[in-house]
Design a protein around this ligand. Sequence first.
Ligand SMILES: [Zn+2]
Length: 449
Amino acid sequence: MNCSFALEANAYYSISFDNVKFVESGIFLVNEEGFIEDVFEKDSVEYKSIRKKLVEDGKLRVLDDKHFIIPGFIDLHIHAPQWPQSGSALDQALEVWLNKYTFPLESKFKDLEFASEVYTNFVKQSLKFGTTTAMYFATIDVKSSSMLAKICARLGQRALVGKVVMDDKISNPSYYRDENAKDSLKKTEYFINDVLAIKDSCKQKVYPVITPRFIPSCTDEVLKGLGELAKEYKGIYIQSHVSESDWEHSYVKERFGINDSFALDSFNLLTDRTILAHGCHLSDDDMKLLADRSSSIASCPISNAYFANAVLPVKDAIDKSLNIGLATDISGGYSPSMYTAIRQAIISSRMLNDGVDPRLRSGKRGREDSSLSLNNAFYLATLAGGKALKLPVGKLEKDYAFDIQIIKIDDNIPSFYKEKSNLDLFHKAILLAESTNIEEVWIQGNRVK
Ligand SMILES: [Zn+2]
């Protein structure tokens, strides 16, 4: 058998939006390429003989029942250069926040030494919290954007990185924009090739992403050109923002007379590799269009509480066959931890469900059938992320990447009695785990924490 090592452990992973599977003392075989070669559950016929053989070969590591494994998290939307201001500067509306804090900070990344320090620091933080696949906006600067991809390649994180495109002379500050559409397109193509050249230099791979920041910062000419680039570089990823806030959503409607999603589609920017952040103001037609194109939404519940003026109705979108993954949205969201994002996704959904204005009558206050369970939110952070990226990640089954977190159960996660079901312990751990409970993180068969 093609197995470089094997791990015997209790495991939890999503098998659908509603269901998490528990595997007791499963044996996970990992091959040379870092994929799960096979999984043997306790009741399988070969379990005993496989186990005996692995022990004889010195290939089996066994975790005790104070530990369990889950898939690594997939964070679909991160502005890595905004890490220095995380946890601060959240006092303004989106359009003010960008100009007052964010663009001045992002413009500093042409300083490669500064960029290297911040990016290395952030990627390590993200790994510490169990994020094994990360989708990044860098800045408009090509060199430091490529550097982010190289840092991820070196530190072992599977990453998708975009050089940000902003060419509109009116909406972008003069100190932070591409010269013109032509300049944006030239730099984007250079960046794509720079990252493609190192894509396979690491086992877990890194990928370039076409990244118009959002419609308000881009001219028609550049959006059209990026759509053409996407056609030329078949299968390339695309990321942007969509229908995020009242201001952003109505800006696009005023400019084009149609919603964000339809505008992006008119520039051929909606493909099955397109990931759009937020989407809180998507209409039913927008959702249908995105689902038809097999594009996905990166839901950013923490950032949305600050900037979106609304809560994304995740359940409704999923009912309409739109794939929704989860994201931290550093630094609109202040925490690099996907655990925090999962918790906020559940809390926001419950507030949407029940409503929040006590002056309104119960039953008139909220939006029915909007609450997310923990299983739902865990699905968004794992399997839905893999589905969005069309990558074999987010599940602990044969042919998926061996991307895992080893969780230690200690006093942070109270366990004074035998839990009623195995899922009880899992639920407590996801809501209460601190970074210290994430004892190890593995990506594509390599240990990174
Ligand atoms: Zn964003």
